[in-house]
Design a protein around this ligand. Structure first.
Ligand SMILES: [Zn+2]
Length: 291
């Protein structure tokens, strides 16, 4: 293991290819039911990938998916993975406001817990659309609905107070632990080291060395990807701008082998295990190392 003794957190955002925010305005929400549903087969491939690498991960899953694929939810839990919430309808927290956010969270939690038979306490906002400055009301609602942590902030994407925090912390005096997505601070820029599109667009050796750097600083990485990212043959819908096509489709064919290499190059575990010490101590916000 090249990452030393540090365990990093592996996560999957379980949603179908047409639910990605990139398609907002191109694929209307009421067309979702008519589209080729591919999430169950692709997530099964993800489960195989993890099983062959001996990795257990956190699956931030849409309630929408749990409602239609409860057997998949049971297989995720049976694999020893952590079942967590990605909300219900993949709506942006910043757009729906407090009341709809609460309803969306509760609906997802009920569907996931009913299907999985386990408590769901982790949450990731769709498209990292939650932030201490843009949606300060979101943390109390997460706490009130039974969530203990959120992994919803991508430092550097928003400019407000607290949005740039890169270590685990409890925003706004909330009991909810925020686990920001991994970035490296370089002179003049913030480099994402967390997966998704930038992982597919970055040469693999460069990404691996950036994550090694994060670990060398004493920090645990949080990586994420989507089942549709290992699906190069997914439908292509006309109407996406060139930039959005690039973002969605670049590197899909190399994604599975790259993931496999990544899984073997570092130590990985579920979010709730990697951050167990902070989760167990409600007063803690433990920086592991200064940067
Ligand atoms: Zn998502």
């Amino acid at each position: 293991m090249t990452g030393g003794s540090i365990r990093n957190a592996m996560s999957v955002d379980v949603e179908d290819w047409f639910q990605v925010y990139n398609y907002f305005g191109v694929i209307p929400r009421d067309a979702w039911e008519t589209l080729d549903r591919r999430v169950e087969a692709r997530t099964d491939e993800v489960l195989e990938l993890f099983a062959s690498a001996g990795v257990q991960a956190t699956f931030f899953t849409l309630g929408w998916v749990a409602e239609r694929h409860p057997a998949l939810i049971r297989r995720i839990v049976a694999g020893g993975h952590e079942l967590a919430s990605h909300g219900h309808g993949h709506e942006l927290v910043v757009q729906i406001g407090p009341e709809r956010f609460r309803a969306d969270l509760l609906r997802a939690k009920r569907l996931l817990e009913d299907a999985g038979g386990v408590a769901v306490t982790g949450y990731r906002a769709p498209t990292f659309s939650l932030s201490p400055s843009l949606t300060p009301w979101a943390y109390p609602i997460l706490a009130e609905t039974g969530h203990t942590y959120s992994s919803s902030v991508f430092p550097g994407r928003h400019a407000g107070a607290g949005d740039a925090e890169i270590l685990p912390w409890r925003p706004l005096g909330s009991s909810v632990l925020e686990l920001p997505m991994t970035v490296l601070r370089l002179p003049g820029r913030t480099l994402p080291v967390a997966g998704g599109g930038p992982f597919r667009a970055t040469p693999q050796p460069l990404f691996l060395s950036a994550l090694r750097r994060v670990n060398a600083l004493g920090r645990r990485g949080i990586f994420y990807f989507h089942p549709w990212e290992i699906d190069p043959d997914q439908p292509r819908i006309p109407g996406l701008s060139f930039a959005k096509q690039f973002k969605h489709f670049t590197g899909l064919r190399q994604m599975a082998p790259r993931l496999s290499a990544l899984l073997h190059a570092f130590d990985w575990a579920r979010m709730d295990e990697v951050f167990a010490a902070e989760l167990a101590d409600p007063g803690s916000s433990l920086p592991l190392a200064a940067e």
